[in-house]
Design a protein around this ligand. Structure first.
Ligand code: NAD
Ligand code: DAU
Length: 339
């Protein structure tokens, strides 16, 4: 069986490739990735020489390349992780988000229509639901919550979800969608909250907390997300959306405090900075559907998962040092300098 994984040189896609090859070494995994700033070929080093793995550098918006790949490889499953994924970057430069997240999805759907696949899975996000108020802890996102996007990133993801649903209805595409909460774990790009705080703490640099630090995110260990996607591919109903989350809500400032405590660094490193524009207040997933239909439950608790993640960043300094010493420096200066 051949599975095409797009965006597999990024954070969740690479973890998914490792997960899949570990569980199904008999399958062939093809990774299609453009290697944007967020894609890192060195991440895939552990599988690069495996006869079960093939890497193709390319853009999911490139119809010629994508059609050629489908024609030659005839993937049975397609899982689309490829995206521009950072909210802050979507605020400073929205266009590429629309191009990759929407037009890229459109190109993949067209290829599936032309060549036929067993399953197409769209990796979406809970951000399509907008946010929840802090004073209503009884509210959660369900699959029926309205789309209510806040950033160009979430709008581009919601638009792609609607396109996927239109292909199911109009062309009978065998597609599913998942909307997961915030992931953390190994290989997450340093621009994201947890790795950014970990790396800054290790470097004894200020930890920039947006606004009042009271925004809430629902954290899930990346392997739990990967397992949920496999369950959806195998047993999820075509045309359905599945929310993924583990009822693990944390205020940002409390995550920062935990990181500092684990790394034995002082709280004086915390620096409150001006807020993100349109900053979503709280995300919280109701995972009842995936639990009841597919038996999915998270297996990794937050404190254990965070310890594993910190250990990974401590043991893999060359991986992130290479990133933070390059063009990332410019990005950091632009985003945080004088903020
Ligand atoms: P990431 O930014 O770490 O990785 C994205 C990958 O996609 C990179 O390897 C990049 O090179 C590749 N890519 C970007 N544009 C491409 C293009 N045009 N063609 C081919 N490849 C391209 O992202 P991530 O955090 O791993 O997120 C993966 C997916 O999961 C995204 O679709 C995101 O919306 C979704 N998601 C992320 C989270 C999270 O917490 N990180 C939570 C829920 C959903
Ligand atoms: O919920 C799923 C989404 O989670 C995914 O769809 C996105 O791809 C992923 O990036 C993530 O979005 P967030 O905006 O929630 O994640 P981020 O890591 O950017 O920020 C998490 C929280 O931390 C958010 O409230 C903003 C805050 N933050 C972030 C950074 C980078 C800070 O306070 N300081 C920072 O420097």
């Amino acid at each position: 069986m051949t599975i095409l994984v797009t965006g597999g040189a990024g954070f969740i896609g690479s973890n998914f490739i490792f997960y899949w090859l570990d569980k199904h070494p008999e399958d062939k995994v093809i990774c299609l990735d453009k290697l944007t700033y967020a894609g890192n070929l060195s991440t895939l080093r552990p599988v690069m020489d495996s006869p079960s793995f093939k890497f193709v550098k390319g853009d999911i918006c490139d119809k010629k390349l994508v059609f050629e790949l489908f024609k030659n490889e005839r993937p049975e499953y397609v899982v689309n992780f490829a995206a521009e994924s950072h909210v802050d970057r979507s605020i400073t430069g929205p266009e590429v988000f629309l191009q990759t997240n929407y037009m890229g999805t459109a190109t993949l759907l067209e290829a599936c229509r032309e060549f036929g696949v067993g399953r197409y899975h769209q990796v979406s996000t809970d951000e399509v639901y907008g946010d929840l108020p802090l004073d209503r802890p009884d509210l959660f996102f369900t699959e029926d919550s309205p789309l209510h996007t806040s950033s160009p990133y979430s709008a581009s993801k919601a638009a792609a979800d609607l396109l996927v649903q239109s292909y199911v209805r109009t062309f009978g595409a065998p597609a599913t969608i998942s909307r997961c909460s915030n992931n953390y774990g190994p290989y997450q790009f340093p621009e994201k909250f947890i790795p950014l705080m970990v790396i800054n703490a290790l470097n004894d640099e200020p930890l920039p907390v947006y606004g009042d630090g009271l925004n809430v995110r629902d954290w899930l260990f990346v392997e739990d997300h990967c397992r949920a996607i496999e369950l959806i591919l195998r047993g999820g109903r075509v045309g359905e959306i599945y929310n993924i989350g583990g009822h693990n809500e944390w205020r940002n400032i409390d995550v920062v405090r935990l990181v500092l405590q684990e790394l034995n660094r002082p709280e004086s490193l915390v620096q409150y900075v001006s807020d993100r524009k349109g900053h979503d207040r709280r995300y919280a997933i109701d995972p009842e559907k995936i639990r009841d239909e597919l038996g999915w439950l998270p297996q990794t608790g937050f404190e254990g998962g965070l310890k594993r993640t910190l250990r990974w960043y401590l043991d893999n300094r060359p991986w992130w040092r290479d990133i933070v010493s390059g063009e990332y420096r410019e990005y950091y200066q632009k985003m945080y300098g004088g903020r």
